[in-house]
Design a protein around this ligand. Structure first.
Ligand SMILES: [Zn+2]
Ligand SMILES: [Zn+2]
Length: 335
């Protein structure tokens, strides 16, 4: 039997490099020969067996590679074609309330790649066909894998907010999601205000396209920000303590969009919301169709994830120390 190399979580916090049988496709499935897989903060859910994740499990939900085997009943794909799988791992039912409202990602039957089935920290990965993202030609296969989760999360959340182009849009946090959010929002036709703590990230934020930069460690930033009438802030590095201040900094009708999990409770002034028609909403990434749109937008508008390639052997250590990542670690099987 042919085997492949994989980084597998064998018990909470323990990752082992193992040789395992190459998975084969069942009905409606596709096998990908993996070229790259981004290391996402959410891979920690698998690493620690959280959210009911069954271990052992191979993590990874920014899987990019080529079609290697096509299961029974799958149409529209050819062997060797570049494809990917993101957080939305397919298997939506098509019949439930969420599916009937076209929200595949909210379907209770939907799976998450690398959580509910083995993901991309391996040479091969098998996924349901509805999870497959067709990658447009000409994309760098290592550098573009973060578009499968980080990219679609910022692009798809923002395009659904119906903000008038030309408005000022804030991007809080300048890590894996934030550095992409600045590029996407700028290229979608808005002025970007980057929000971060300290001044060390200002040069980078401006290089990526930000017109304004606010140092949130300096109390005066709120009053300065209010002058811009900011219509939306994408919150990519949340912390319950700063949410009330960010609500204050929004302009009228402003929306605070939470893109990463705020785990602690927070309270906001209801008068602030009501009196200025402000709102706070959460957004759950996007499905494979949204991700194809993300890739096409990125390709034609030169949105480029900034990545640090690592080997499969280095992946566990990088995941455990993900806060030290400058942008996105990406496992490269070409390395
Ligand atoms: Zn992710
Ligand atoms: Zn459903």
């Amino acid at each position: 039997m042919s085997t492949m190399k994989a980084a597998k979580v064998t018990s909470p916090g323990v990752v082992e490099i193992v040789q395992v049988p190459i998975p084969t496709t069942g009905k409606g499935q596709v096998r990908i020969k993996v070229i790259s897989c981004g290391i996402c903060h959410s891979d920690n859910i698998t690493l620690y067996g959280a959210m009911g994740t069954q271990l052992p499990r191979i993590p990874g939900h920014e899987v990019l590679g080529v079609v290697d085997e096509i299961g029974e009943g799958v149409t529209g794909l050819v062997k060797g074609q570049e494809v990917g799988v993101g957080w939305f791992g397919g298997n939506h039912c098509g019949k439930c309330t969420s599916c009937l409202q076209n929200e595949w990602i909210l379907c209770k039957e939907s799976l998450v790649c690398g959580l509910n089935y083995d993901g991309g920290y391996a040479e091969y990965c098998v996924a349901p066909a509805d999870a497959i993202v067709k990658i447009p030609s000409g994309m760098d296969p290592i550098a573009s894998s973060p578009l499968l989760c980080a990219g679609v999360t910022v692009y798809n959340s923002f395009r659904n907010q119906n903000i008038k182009s030309g408005s000022v849009v804030g991007v809080q946090g300048l890590g894996g999601l934030g550095h992409l959010a600045i590029q996407f929002v700028k290229k979608m036709g808005y002025q970007v205000a980057a929000l971060s703590s300290g001044s060390s990230k200002e040069a980078l934020a401006r290089e990526l396209g930000a017109s304004y930069y606010f140092d949130m460690s300096n109390q005066s930033w709120v009053a300065e920000c209010q002058k811009l009438d900011v219509k939306c802030i994408l919150v990519t590095a949340p912390n319950g303590n700063i949410i009330p201040t960010m609500v204050k900094s929004l302009g009228i009708n402003g929306k605070l969009v939470l893109l990463a999990a705020v785990t602690e409770p927070f309270s906001v002034d209801g008068i602030e919301l009501l009196g200025q028609k402000k709102s706070i909403i959460g957004w759950a990434s996007g499905d494979s169709r949204d991700t194809e749109d993300t890739f096409n937008f990125a390709k034609h508008n030169c949105v480029k994830p900034m990545v640090q390639p690592v080997s499969l052997e280095e992946a566990a250590d990088r995941l455990k120390n993900i806060s030290q990542a400058k942008f996105r670690y990406v496992i490269s099987f070409q390395k």
